[in-house]
Design a binder for this molecule. Structure first.
Ligand SMILES: Nc1ncnc2c1ncn2[C@@H]1O[C@H](COP(=O)(O)OP(=O)(O)OP(=O)(O)O)[C@@H](O)[C@H]1O
Ligand SMILES: [Mg+2]
Length: 488
């Protein structure tokens, strides 16, 4: 069933229940009210009947007499209003009218009357009288009257029963009920109309969501629905917007990864093909004796270099994969990094000089670090080598200092720097900011920083880089101390 019909049905059920309850309680209270009114009028009739016709003699031991003439004239008068009455004496005997064969008041009612209670009776069904006639359904009021003598003694002197036909009362009630039905129908129609408007409003909002979902499933991730933060549907719309945003992001990420995978494959193939082509060319030259005797040594040297380059490439790739898969065992220990850094500078000094760079060490006398010694050297070596590689006639500074429960190393250069777009990619395998710089004399493969990044992560450390094109680059590597490293 469509949601709008479900909602309408729910509304209808609520409206119907409320209206039925209201109608029932209203008609019940109307009925009670009409009866009360009738009874109160009948009591007043009884009072005036007693006033007119009952006499209590003050001398004759309080003898009670009934004025039949007065009662007869009252009877005529009240008959016109469809009101009938019977007067009983203190012994529960009918005193008036004497021609009717009226039954005595029941013992229960008589007891109540003697206690001074007024008895109201409603007989819903027509009654068959003793003389064979049927009497239409009536409601009666039985009211006792008492006399208090000079000794302050109270005694029952008469009971008046006043009755009226129920049909007359019911006519009144039916009229009131009829008057009630019209507004009830109108109000239920209005309520239904409002329910329909409300239901179709929330339905239109759900349909808007449905249309948007369809668009997304067709591949359009630029959908954004407006919300007013009012209710649950708005919350759902917000969640939907959030979901589309992350879907779009992951879709972009998938595309980026795919792109990266493609370049990785192309780069890897390229990196391997270049040395292989060189080796192959030289081997063919040797095979066909096309290389002069004096160049043979040089050719073999070239082949060995290229083979080494290939081996390095394969090893580094394997290394990267191992680190990434957490397959390398790190022999972490606390050591003084001063010697390691001095060695590093010594090793790279020549390369720096070749590029006319000054390589400077700014470190305290002692700097303890918690790391795998070889991997620490590998990290520092790679970054410093990069700094030399991308700096001509500049300055490279290696700075080390202690932080709070950590060792901080900064390697800054005044080289070519990188744009923010280049910076965001440097941890990727085979990424080279400037592809034209492939195969320079250091044999770059774009693996160095990818490995460094993985290694720093394995040390629970942090690596950050700031760079400005043509101004220089600073790499900051933080190694946490033993205690910190274990907690993180
Ligand atoms: N100090 C730096 N200044 C400018 N660019 C840098 C610097 N360090 C790294 N880069 C850029 O980041 C890229 C990736 O560096 P990475 O060390 O991973 O590769 P590589 O040096 O080209 O090759 P490899 O280190 O594997 O021999 C470099 O090609 C370069 O474009
Ligand atoms: Mg490098």
């Amino acid at each position: 069933m469509k949601l709008i019909y479900q909602q309408m049905l729910a509304f209808l059920a609520v409206i119907a229940t409320v209206l039925i309850l209201l109608g029932l309680s209203f008609s019940k209270s109307t009925r009670t009210m009409v009866y009360m009114n009738t009874w109160s009028t009948m009591e007043k009739y009884a009072n005036s009947l007693v006033e007119q016709s009952v006499r209590v003699s003050s001398q004759d031991n309080g003898r009670v007499t009934f004025d039949t003439n007065a009662l007869e004239s009252s009877e005529l008068l009240l008959q016109n209003q469809s009101v009938h009455f019977t007067v009983y004496n203190a012994k529960n005997t009918v005193t008036f009218p004497d021609n009717v064969n009226t039954a005595k008041i029941s013992a229960t009612d008589w007891r109540k009357l003697k206690r001074g209670e007024i008895v109201h009776k409603v007989s819903d069904r027509n009654m068959r009288l003793q003389n064979g006639q049927t009497q239409p359904a009536m409601t009666d009021v039985l009211k006792p009257y008492f006399y208090t003598d000079s000794h302050n003694k109270r005694r029952l002197i008469a009971v008046v029963k006043v009755g009226s036909f129920i049909s007359d009362i019911n006519t009144n009630i039916n009229q009131i009920n009829k008057n009630l039905i019209k507004p009830l129908i109108i109000s239920s129609l209005v309520a239904l109309g409002i329910a329909f408007l409300l239901a179709s409003f929330s339905n239109s909002r759900i349909n808007r969501l449905r249309r948007a979902t369809k668009q997304v499933s067709e591949g359009n991730y630029d959908v954004k629905l407006k919300t007013k933060h009012r209710d649950e549907i708005d919350d759902l719309t917000n969640d939907f917007n959030g979901m589309i945003k992350s879907l779009k992001e992951s879709q972009d990420e998938i595309k980026r990864q795919e792109e990266r995978r493609r370049t990785f494959m192309a780069d890897a193939a390229h990196e391997i093909r270049t040395p292989l082509t060189t080796i192959n060319g030289l081997l063919e030259g040797l095979a066909y004796d096309a290389i002069p005797e004096e160049s043979k040594d040089q050719s073999i040297k070239l082949m060995r270099n290229e083979t080494k380059r290939l081996i390095r490439l394969v090893n580094e790739n394997l290394d990267y994969e191992k680190i990434r898969a957490n397959q390398i065992g790190l022999n972490k220990q606390e050591f003084d990094a001063v010697d390691a850094l001095n060695n590093l500078v010594e090793q790279l000094q020549q390369k720096a000089e070749a590029k006319n760079d000054t390589l400077e060490l700014q470190i305290p006398k002692q700097i303890s670090v918690y790391a795998d010694y070889d991997r620490f050297v590998q990290i520092m070596f790679n970054i410093t080598q990069n700094a030399i590689q991308f700096t001509d006639n500049g300055q490279i500074t290696i700075n080390a200092q202690r932080g709070f429960e950590e060792s901080i190393f900064k390697i800054s250069d005044t080289g070519i720097g990188m744009t923010s777009e280049q910076l965001s990619n440097i941890w990727e395998r085979y990424y080279k900011a400037d592809p034209s710089r492939r195969n320079t004399k250091y044999g770059e493969s774009g693996l160095g920083l990818a490995i460094v990044h993985q290694l720093v992560q394995q040390h629970n450390g942090k690596i950050e880089v700031t760079s400005k094109p043509d101004a220089g680059t600073t790499f900051t590597i933080i190694f946490p101390d033993k205690f910190q490293s274990k907690n993180s």
